[in-house]
Design a protein around this ligand. Sequence first.
Ligand code: UDX
Ligand code: UDX
Length: 466
Amino acid sequence: MTKVTKICCIGAGYVGGPTMAMIAKKCPHIKVTVVDLNEQRIAAWNDPDVENIPVYEPGLSGVVAEARGRNLFFSTDVEGAINEAQMIFISVNTPTKTYGAGKGQAADLKWIELCARQIARVAKDNKIIVEKSTLPVRTASAIKDILTHTGNGSQFQILSNPEFLAEGTAVEDLDAPDRVLIGGDSTPEGQAAIQALVDIYANWIPKDRILTTNVWSSELSKLTANAFLAQRVSSINSLTELCEKTEADINEVARAIGTDSRIGPKFLKASVGFGGSCFQKDILNLVYIARSYGLHEVADYWEQVIIMNDHQKKRFANQMIRELYNTVNGKKITFLGWAFKKDTNDTRESAAIYVADHLLHEQANIMIYDPKVLEGQIYFDLDYLGTRTPQENKDGVKVINDPYEACSGAHAIAVLTEWDEFKDYDWQKIYDSMLKPAKIFDGRNLLNANKLRAIGFQVQSIGTKV
Ligand code: UDX
Ligand code: UDX
């Protein structure tokens, strides 16, 4: 297997962009070209001002500034980049199907298949194909099938190299990952391909953190990791309701169990519900695969993680309505935060979208402030639900760029994202500008409830009795 000097990555999204930027930074001897069908996205990655790149991640602009134009390139010339690379990463999106068989559960592999066909058409020599997108188990065999049957005799090795970075901490996760996982064939060619990818990561990652395995174990490990993480959030969230009915405090419970080294302290933060592009999609995928093998108990078990998460989002919205005297009709409600977590401008599956949808059903007027999410994205997210017309969404929702202005005259504030800056606001000033009783629903247990109560706010946190 030839030494890798040129890499191509198809898909310049939240995963492809940061991952390739880090490889380029750490491997100046490798030319990394990230391609995407979306011209606007590529133009944004090439914006002379690195602060304007399309993905907001702390530290990412600096990484791009260092490598871009040196050995990191963003381009729409997909075929040219495929042609020259020895290694091709596939990092396109694999959304949940919105039509046909498996609708609402299975992953839509349309883009993956198109990529495979394009590679098969263009490749003139042997290539290593690396699956970065999260895929249902055994997708690699489908890719291989396409490559070997429609190609022109070139040899392809397929590797699975799932991404474990979390948004908001992508740069640190890529710089010092807990582990890198690479799955490949046990044949000599497969092992050589694995080694080629190990050699790339070994430029900055200790060898003992680079795990190798077979393709299927690697693919299933990614789904399993996300399912376990999401399960922890749903598990802690499932107890918030019980805490609210009793004298127990979920933060105390999380602290108490988190000190057990077998359980560990991470991912025990109660919230309005998990979001993001991966958790729900990957679990639905797992459920779909299990069901397709007739494993109904297994499918039901994991499906419950999603059911609990949906319940948590709905419960939060219903609690707001109840506390606002059973009607929010015409009331001004301010959302602080729209992103699915702090330090990202990504809003996919954000709990805020579903809480807003529920409140709009009840005819609320919603004001939204988020430090990084743009107005157009917020309307896009609501329009995408298809619950009401774009005009109705525009009428019911206003996006405001100043948090104080957004809160002024509001009946209630809901904290939907745990942005640090919310903690430092002048809450007395906000209180003075609101209608009374001024209510706060803290969907992230972010704010200091006692201090707010001392100012005069009525505060409802997640998992504590009022
Ligand atoms: C993607 C997958 O969705 C996820 O399953 C996986 O775990 C990581 O990679 P992400 O990078 O967040 O996640 O997706 P997104 O930000 O939507 O980026 C995908 C990009 O691929 C888009 O910019 C899209 O334009 C591009 N694309 C899609 C192509 O260039 N070609 C295609 O055929 C399809
Ligand atoms: C996740 C995985 O962590 C990552 O390894 C994988 O590559 C992609 O999916 P991401 O979705 O970017 O990453 O963010 P993550 O930090 O996992 O948070 C997911 C959601 O869970 C967010 O909405 C977050 O707010 C929520 N969450 C997380 C909680 O509500 N409580 C917690 O304790 C942790």
